[in-house]
Ligand binder design. Structure first.
Ligand code: EPZ
Length: 484
């Protein structure tokens, strides 16, 4: 199916223009089976999905197997990379999560054509940016997903200008993008910030030398993309080494870019005149895999994760083995078997290959079930302990002091009404509810839909007692019918 920018009065059965100049309107997505699903923009969540909750009855071991989806944090920069060429980029193993829908709408709002696969090809997306008319990322989109700022570098490099909303604050920290802007300036772009927007422009970027003050994942990705079309060579130091950065470099190289050193702290990019189209399969989601590993451990299950890459989870596996967990890893699968006596083990979050901050919340839930005291230090984000207060409501013994949390275990968790505050915090609460005694109600699960594909169906398939409940809001009179 193809989503194209609207031309007045055009309407055909298979195409639907999404974005009038202002924001997309809400409409109810079509059912998930073989019929085509049309989503009018993750920003415009189904009104009722904002009310969705999970009801989870704890105590069931997870057994069988779960297929891991493609990595959200690899898919988002890969989709932005399509802006660098006027030829189609075909991406496979794209997870069906809200942030991907937001990214699609962002690209369509600029004039890109986005084709969604369905049925067996439902995780494939073809993006064609041959007709980019509007190099702008609007506030309404950026405010729901900061990763929208990943379009900045590609737009300046390809179009010579970009207007991108400042992302603003986030539940887990201030998360400025100053290092992205500094890097672009070092490549010769002129940057203006006014009315909440960044205006960046350059006739053509020039290769340069960038030393990041701090390791930044999307900063490395954004500038690596920008440098591919710059005049001359760019050397970037103190880069992020995440698997998602490597995956992006693999895609860019397939598009004709000249990149060396991705995955190390020094990346060299030789700029080229033009990039071409490519086909690329996105790597598996290591954070989704890690989340299911901890859920299996805590429910005392016997679970095999397929379509994953255990080598991307070295630090987590090592830490879990330290805590008494046995994991059998193979090429593209991992098996967690039961019968663990969990012992407390400290963690501190670091840049890759250190312990991932995106697994900190889930690990905190595990620490509540381990014998002894675990010290959890969050070094990446300044406000990433929101889940701790909700876990305490479920009976956990956790004390937060600034960027450190002291977890005393083992304590019996009991069901309670809790609410999600951000994506990974939501995952930690779902895991806690799978262990807790009784039926837990988790509110604001729209946070988890941003980065986990149909988590309740995957868990149910492995034996969990979980259901999604949504409040059906009264239909708004003027809501138009949806084309199926
Ligand atoms: C990426 O965010 C991930 N998001 C995050 O995953 C992840 O938590 C984070 O990397 C760290 O691993 C995507 O890839 C889309 P950073 P990013 O720039 O790139 C500071 C999830 O749950 N900083 O590496 O935004 C920043 O405030 C999400 O999937 C600056 O000061 O993170 C933070 O303290 C959450 N100035 C630190 O650097 C900048 O210009 C690392 O942030 C950029 C970052």
């Amino acid at each position: 199916m193809k989503i194209v920018p609207k031309s007045p009065n055009s309407r055909s059965s298979k195409t639907e223009s999404l974005l009038p100049s202002t924001l997309p309107d809400f409409r109810k997505p079509v059912s998930r089976s073989r019929s085509i699903r049309i989503d009018f923009g993750a920003v415009a969540l189904r009104p009722e999905s904002l009310m969705d909750k999970f009801v989870i009855r704890g105590g069931n071991p997870l057994v069988g197997s779960v297929r891991i989806s493609g990595a959200k944090n690899a898919a988002l920069p890969a989709m932005a990379a399509a802006l660098l060429t006027d030829e189609p980029v075909i991406l496979e193993n794209i997870p069906d999560v809200r942030d991907i829908q937001t990214e699609r709408n962002l690209l369509v709002s600029m004039g890109a054509e986005v084709e969604l696969g369905y049925g067996r090809a439902s995780h494939r997306t073809t993006i064609s940016c041959s007709n980019l008319g509007n190099p702008e990322a609007a506030y309404e989109l950026v405010k729901t997903m900061r990763a929208s700022t990943l379009v900045l570098g590609p737009l300046v490099a390809r179009m010579g200008r970009a207007r991108v909303s400042q992302p603003g604050g986030c539940a887990i920290g201030a998360r400025p993008i100053d290092l992205h802007l500094k890097g672009l300036e070092r490549l010769g772009a002129s940057i203006k910030q006014e009315h909440g927007y960044i205006e960046a422009s350059a006739r053509r970027l020039n290769g340069g030398h960038i030393i990041f003050d701090k390791i930044t994942v999307t900063g490395t990705e954004d500038l690596m993309m920008a440098a591919t079309l710059a005049q001359g060579e760019t050397v970037m130091e103190n880069c992020a080494r995440e698997p998602e950065v490597i995956d992006l470099a693999v895609l860019l190289t397939k598009m004709g870019a000249k990149i060396e050193g991705a995955g190390t702290s020094t990346i060299r990019i030789q700029g080229v005149e033009k990039l071409h189209g490519a086909r690329h399969r996105i790597i598996p989601d290591r954070i989704e895999a890690g989340t299911f590993v901890i859920a299996a451990v805590l429910t005392g299950g016997d679970l095999t994760l397929t379509n994953c890459d255990p080598t991307h989870l070295g630090s987590l596996i090592q830490k879990l083995e330290e805590a008494g967990v046995r994991i059998t890893a193979a090429n593209d699968s991992m098996r967690v078997t039961n019968g663990h006596q969990l012992i407390a083990a400290d963690i501190s979050t670091e840049e890759y290959p250190g312990f991932p901050t995106d697994m900190q919340a889930q690990y905190m839930t595990l620490a509540t079930q381990a014998q002894g005291t675990s010290l959890i230090t969050e070094n990446i984000f300044e406000n990433r302990f929101m889940h701790a207060h909700e876990l305490v409501r479920m009976g956990a013994n956790i004390k937060v002091e600034g960027r450190r949390a002291i977890v005393r275990g083992k304590t019996q968790l009991s069901s309670a009404a809790v609410q999600c505050s951000d994506l990974r915090a939501s995952a930690s609460l779902v895991i806690a509810a799978l262990v807790a005694d009784g039926e837990t109600i988790i509110d604001r699960v729209y946070h988890i839909d941003r980065g986990y594909e149909r988590i309740e169906e995957k868990l149910k398939g492995a034996g969990a007692q979980i259901r999604r409940i949504g409040e059906i809001l009264p239909k708004r009179a003027q809501a138009p019918s949806v084309v199926a």
